[in-house]
Write a protein that binds this ligand. Sequence first.
Ligand SMILES: CC(C)(COP(=O)(O)OP(=O)(O)OC[C@H]1O[C@@H](n2cnc3c(N)ncnc32)[C@H](O)[C@@H]1OP(=O)(O)O)[C@@H](O)C(=O)NCCC(=O)NCCS
Length: 213
Amino acid sequence: MKKIAIFGAGGFGKEVMMLIEQINASKLQWQILGFYDDGVEKGTIINEYEVLGNLADLNAVTGDISVAVAIGDSQIRFDIISRLSNPQLSYPVLMHPNVLTGKYVTIEEGAIITANNILTVNIEVGKFVILNLTCTVGHDAILEDFTSFMPSVNISGGVVVREGVYVGTGAQILNNIEIGAWTKVGAGAVVKESLPAHCTAVGVPAINVKYHE
Ligand SMILES: CC(C)(COP(=O)(O)OP(=O)(O)OC[C@H]1O[C@@H](n2cnc3c(N)ncnc32)[C@H](O)[C@@H]1OP(=O)(O)O)[C@@H](O)C(=O)NCCC(=O)NCCS
């Protein structure tokens, strides 16, 4: 069995722990070591698993360890991964056994795909993408690195989601549009036209309400 730790001991970290347990229930492959987190005291027990240290401790670990970076926010996840420098860490794809995918779907390292997602055909999922519960991804969609999709987001065919985009719960993205890098889409939004980079778009239809860094 391969050793795995979870970075992030918050709500999504606990859900990723459940995801790994469910992967193991389908086919035993992971020895779960525990959590790492910069904001939770070492030694804290969370649902049977110990907080083993912070980011510096993870950078000092010896031996090969897989890490799931379980941080829902795109920017914070990017920052954490940028600071993880230990060459013995690796970042597997974690995908719930009930996820439905076609064979022309590529998924890169560190992606986390939780239960009940459906990805159809000719889809690219980049590094450290998070697809939270029950999203659908249509044909020919491209989800670039560090994008994050909260529960029940529907991504139509031919959509391009640039690096670091965050999409809130229940948002709908219509076909053949592009969402610019690091843009945030509000929960419940309907995105019917392409959005620029670094903006926040909310509502039905989604309107750009502000720009951010
Ligand atoms: C879109 C979002 C990221 C914006 O967060 P933010 O950058 O802090 O922006 P603000 O809260 O300043 O909101 C900006 C404006 O948009 C409005 N707004 C924010 N989210 C909205 C939404 N989902 N739908 C409609 N309007 C929204 C705010 O009321 C505010 O309007 P105002 O300027 O008239 O007061 C956030 O509100 C959101 O929807 N997050 C998704 C949360 C989620 O899905 N969590 C799932 C966890 S599993």
